[in-house]
Design a binder for this molecule. Structure first.
Ligand SMILES: [Zn+2]
Ligand SMILES: [Zn+2]
Length: 138
């Protein structure tokens, strides 16, 4: 399986040679800011399967205090991936092209969702975690 992704302006692109895992949407206050949205939309990559295709030099990044970080396009601002201690940990689903063959399986930290967000019915939702093994990832 090969999954491609790119930013809004198209300067940066990547390929994932493998499946995406643990697709999720986190509604915590940090993810809302990081994704400029009501929640994150994010899935993990297997180690060694992620590669930048073009524009890597145009990336900029931000790391929180816990080793988790994000990489963005310095031109258009799209958030492309999450990092743990500098290595790519997962991708933002909004920048994935086409159908990556997965769908968001869980909504986490809905206990701290924005007051203006109305959650759809029928979703699998958790008040907090359960992916607390890697704090700081979206
Ligand atoms: Zn861009
Ligand atoms: Zn979060």
């Amino acid at each position: 399986m090969q999954i491609r992704g790119s930013c809004f302006c198209g300067a940066i692109a990547y390929v994932v040679r493998g499946a995406l895992h643990n697709p999720r949407s986190c509604h915590c206050s940090m993810c809302r800011k990081a994704f400029s949205a009501q929640a994150s939309a994010y899935a993990e990559v297997e180690p060694g399967t992620f590669e930048w295709v073009c524009g890597e030099e145009k990336l900029t990044s931000y790391e929180g205090g816990n080793g988790g970080g994000l990489k963005f396009c310095s031109i258009c601002g799209s958030t492309l991936c999450g990092t743990v201690e500098g290595r790519v940990h997962g991708v933002t689903l909004g920048c994935v092209e086409g159908d990556p063959g997965i769908s968001i399986g869980m909504h986490i930290y809905v206990g701290s969702k924005a007051p203006w967000e109305i959650l759809p019915e029928g979703i699998v939702a958790y008040e907090e975690g359960p992916l607390a093994d890697e704090p700081g990832t979206p």
